[in-house]
Design a protein around this ligand. Structure first.
Ligand SMILES: Nc1nc2c(ncn2[C@@H]2O[C@H](COP(=O)(O)OP(=O)(O)O)[C@@H](O)[C@H]2O)c(=O)[nH]1
Ligand SMILES: [Mg+2]
Length: 249
């Protein structure tokens, strides 16, 4: 019996060693999750076109990790994904995708409603998206907090500040809003979570990234990408390296 028990321990250790770790990608809709995961898993080639709104859970391999993307659109699939990955503790780590408010609004209905005097400019749309992001992050951090109490997972969170090609001229602001310790409405939420669960059990940081250069259009206003392709490629590489390092935890 003793041998069997020791043997099964060895199997368990080997299983844990070779099991692919799971990274969940989440964040509000239109921030760039799908395109980022495609870029990180080398699925972007010369004929790539961004796939449009995600309604289903998307799975890809990034190096030796399993990446699972939660659809941003409120749906049964989103609910199931968040339940399995966060509440049930399946995700070893998390990427929270944001885009400094440059989240694309795909619903034509919502475009009409918002652009009809409520959200006229890109700056107003950014504020609208940043508020939605705060709500989403609050909910996420509350789920993480209860999940950690049960399963000690997820062990880390990397904030991907996507679409750096659009906001590169405001990098200091981006840094002060998304990085740990800056006491911004965003960072305060994750810093609080980290204090609750302990910084030895949960690490977090934020990095700018650009996976796809594209102009951002809203209500007759256009913001053109201002970062050259070479720098975008460098940011993506740096993000992948950090993801890899965090993933080892
Ligand atoms: N400028 C710019 N646009 C991007 C970037 N990544 C994604 N997008 C665009 O933003 C929109 C939403 O991207 P998507 O990945 O589908 O967002 P998701 O809803 O979070 O999965 C699409 O039109 C993408 O082409 C980026 O790095 N820079
Ligand atoms: Mg998507």
């Amino acid at each position: 019996m003793e041998i069997l028990r020791d043997g099964s321990k060895i199997y368990e250790t080997l299983f844990n060693l070779f099991q692919r770790k799971t990274i969940a990608f989440t964040g509000i809709k239109g921030t760039g999750k799908t395109v980022l995961v495609d870029a990180l898993s080398s699925a972007i080639g010369s004929f790539y076109a961004p796939p449009g709104q995600s309604t289903n859970i998307e799975k890809r391999k990034i190096r030796n990790f399993q990446a699972v993307t939660v659809p941003g659109e409120s749906s049964r699939q989103r609910h199931i994904a968040l339940y399995n990955l966060i509440s049930e503790g399946k995700a070893d780590g998390l990427v929270y995708a944001t885009s400094f408010g440059y989240a694309s609004v795909r619903s034509l209905f919502l475009q009409d409603v918002l652009a009809d005097g409520i959200v006229d400019t890109i700056e107003q749309l950014r504020q609208y998206n940043l508020e939605a992001e705060i709500e989403d992050l609050r909910e996420l951090c509350s789920s993480i907090s209860s999940s950690m109490a049960r399963s000690s997972k997820p062990r880390w969170l990397l904030v991907a500040v996507c679409k750096a090609d659009l906001y590169w001229d405001r990098l200091d602001e981006v840094n002060a809003y998304y990085s740990p310790g800056f006491n911004s409405p965003f960072s305060r939420i994750i810093d609080k979570l980290q204090r609750e669960v302990g910084s030895n059990s949960f690490r977090w940081t934020a990095l700018p990234v650009s996976a796809w250069r594209e102009k951002f259009a809203w209500n007759n206003e256009v913001k053109e990408p201002i970062l050259e392709g070479r720098l975008c490629a460098w940011l993506l590489k740096r993000f992948l390296e950090s993801l890899y390092q965090y993933g080892q935890t």
